[in-house]
Design a protein around this ligand. Sequence first.
Ligand SMILES: O=C(O)C(=O)Cc1ccccc1
Length: 315
Amino acid sequence: MRQTQQESQTEMRVAYLGPAGTYTEEALLGLCKLMPALGQATFVARPTIADCLLDCDRGNVDYAMVPMENSIEGSVNMTLDWLIHHVEIPIRSEIALLISHHALVHPDRKDSPFSNVEKVLSHPQAIAQCHQFIRQHCPHALIEYTKSTAEAAEYVAHHPEQKLVAIGPRVAGETYGLYEALANIEDHPNNYTRFVLVGHESVNGQSIEAPKMQRTDKTSILVTLPEDFPGALHQVLSAFAWRKLNLTRIESRPTKKKLGSYFFIIDIGQGMDDTLVPGAIAEIEALGCQVRLLGSYPCYMPQDTTTRSTMSMKG
Ligand SMILES: O=C(O)C(=O)Cc1ccccc1
């Protein structure tokens, strides 16, 4: 059985976006199966991404697990911005999950039609991934954003007097005793989210091969271009191109110093090696760019990428 926080202060501790029942917790449980050292850890639910990362930065926990990017909605800017601006914690591992959202109502309201719903609650990414469902089933309901899907489910469980629906994972419905009124309500079936584990120390021990998980390696860097250097980004990209280093993501985020000034987050589709990646980084630095290594780490992706079918009504 998993230890509680009180039982063990010396054991490894991992903060995750909570409360219990979030997709992030599901991702963390998935990673524990692949990295046995993590399986011994105490999980610490924190209410926000910022709390997870700050706790890890201050050493209150050893690792933090947070959502990073969704295949439909794109990056989770809160995670990127905190990793860039507020903390300096390396990424240690990444896992992708196939996300399926469900409409969760209080059991007292299980026979009430969706048209009666006055408020839809969920995390902004989940709301954005279920627009069609909301438009079709409860077009007049107010949207209330919560810090996580499980927070929405918990709120619905505590407010039977209100006409609410939470959007979230099945496990959140089970955790808070809600009725799953409609399953698989996401607009797009191929809805994957990447979650990252960050920590100041690398995770001890070997990772385990899982038959249904495909492992690749990745190196993520943050590049700041020099000012007044036309074609700088082109030259940065050529440093990878002529070395035949595959880039799996380029994302820009504002430096927050002035309008039109950006960082570039670049994911290279391989781990750190002795020559190619350091060579590319040295070439980019020689152009006058600043480069920060965000991490070089294993990435796990479910192999079974079969698409989900359409919604199914319960009962
Ligand atoms: O709120 C959650 O459950 C999370 O883990 C964040 C999230 C929300 C929606 C899709 C993927 C991750």
